[in-house]
Design a protein around this ligand. Structure first.
Ligand SMILES: Nc1ncnc2c1ncn2[C@@H]1O[C@H](COP(=O)(O)OP(=O)(O)OP(=O)(O)O)[C@@H](O)[C@H]1O
Ligand SMILES: [Mg+2]
Length: 407
């Protein structure tokens, strides 16, 4: 650090060896000279302002190297080599000596500091561009994530398709093999009928009938036709459920009173219910709900049929409704056999069923879940094995972006 002592008129009194070394000037010839004569470059408005502050106000005056890289030029390095010291912070302060007002001028070499400052700035800059890189990376990740979601959706569709193929394969398989057997039977029967015109005696015809095992054919034909009908029925059910899956977005949402829809659904499934349960309606106060009513009826139907299937002999099914805080709910409760906790998390999976082959496709709840989700709602289930099950469907009264509920 350089120190220059000045009298009240800014004449040089003394300086330290730092100044001698760095300025290359001789102290002895400088003493008594005005500062700006020895260092003409210091004669600046900045120095005038510092002097003003220190002499007239008695304050410390400080300059920062950023505002003013140098006050006086010090062209040499510590070993006398040419190495201009241009970055200086300076301090001019007043003090008293033997009753005289004097000044000290301190010159800090901030070259190193400024250099590390530059390095810091460069490092910060590098960090900034690193951050940009990271942001870019995050954007890429987000994009990849979206693609992944898309491919997951595709995978889910693939899974559904594989499930459908598997489910349809079985009934189609036996309908096909039944058809083959039936065509063999029809051949035999046609032979028998054709023989009617050609045979000589009734006995001959009876003989042919016995040899073709007519009694067996007769029994089997009925069974085969019945079984094939069941198989086709099953395929039809799967196809109509799939159609519902794919048409979910086609219909428009509109305001509807759910109760008439629930009543007509009850009528529709009455055949399935009436031998299994007494149906109790406990409708509450239900404002109009913005929904696709046919889809909601479909959900109610699935829940009602499930409830009936859960009842082993004869039980009770209760259909309730109500609303709360901008949400409508409908509820189907049965006192059937309940759902085992170990499978509770699987009931919404497509093709998950505990029902015997031919009875359930396992699409009912999967479809219902899908519909309710499209409505922005949710399904709650609570079940106690041996006691019964309660499904509650919550639906928002209004779809987002369509104004406030008026309920
Ligand atoms: N109310 C209920 N009581 C007991 N178990 C139920 C009830 N509702 C659903 N389940 C269980 O959830 C499973 C899945 O139901 P889901 O409606 O999806 O298929 P499913 O009824 O078996 O066949 P589908 O409805 O396609 O004819 C059922 O097989 C059954 O084990
Ligand atoms: Mg079902």
């Amino acid at each position: 650090m350089g120190v220059i002592l000045l009298d009240r008129d800014l004449h040089i009194l003394h300086w330290n060896t730092f100044i001698t070394q760095r300025s290359g000037k001789d102290l002895a010839s400088a003493i008594g000279q005005p500062l700006v004569t020895v260092f003409p470059e210091a004669d600046t408005p900045r120095l005038a302002a510092m002097v003003d502050k220190a002499r007239d106000q008695g304050l410390h005056a400080y300059t920062h190297w950023r505002e003013d890289p140098y006050l006086i030029q010090l062209p040499y390095g510590p070993q006398g080599q040419v190495n201009p010291l241009r970055l200086q912070s300076t301090l001019l302060f007043p003090f008293e000596s033997d009753g005289q007002r004097c000044f000290g001028l301190l010159l800090y070499d901030t070259t190193e500091f400024a250099r590390s400052n530059d390095q810091l700035a460069a490092a910060l800059n590098a960090l900034g561009s690193k951050q940009q890189e990271q942001e870019q990376l995050i954007r890429k990740l987000e994009k990849a994530n979206a693609q992944l979601l898309q491919s997951e959706k595709l995978a889910a569709i693939g899974q559904l398709a594989a499930g459908v193929a598997h489910e349809i394969n079985n009934p189609i398989g036996y309908v096909f093999s039944n058809l083959k057997t039936l065509s063999g039977y029809v051949n035999d029967l046609l032979r028998l009928v054709d023989a009617v015109d050609g045979v000589g005696s009734l006995e001959e015809l009876q003989q042919l009938k016995r040899s073709l095992e007519y009694d067996y054919i007769r029994n089997d034909v009925e069974a085969l036709i019945h079984e094939s009908g069941d198989g086709i029925e099953r395929v039809k059910k799967i196809i109509s459920a799939l159609k519902d899956f794919s048409h979910i977005e086609e219909e428009e949402f509109h305001l509807a009173d759910l109760h008439p829809g629930l009543d007509s659904t009850l009528n529709l499934v009455n055949n399935e219910l009436k031998y299994k349960a007494e149906v109790i309606r406990e409708y509450g106060d239900l404002p109009q709900v913005e929904c696709i009513p046919s889809q909601i009826n479909q959900v109610a139907m699935n829940l009602l049929i499930n409830a009936a299937h859960a009842i082993e002999t004869f039980g009770r099914i209760t259909l309730r409704s109500g609303h709360q805080d901008g949400w409508a709910w409908i509820e189907v409760e049965d006192n059937g056999k309940g759902i085992d906790p170990s499978i509770l998390h699987r009931i919404y999976e497509p093709f998950f069923t505990t029902k015997p082959v031919g009875r359930g496709t396992g699409l009912g709840l999967a479809l219902s879940y899908n519909i309710v989700q499209k409505h922005g709602g949710r399904i709650e289930v609570s079940s106690r094995p041996g006691q019964g099950t309660r499904f509650r469907v919550w639906l928002p009264l209004r779809q987002p972006g369509c104004g406030e509920p008026t309920a």
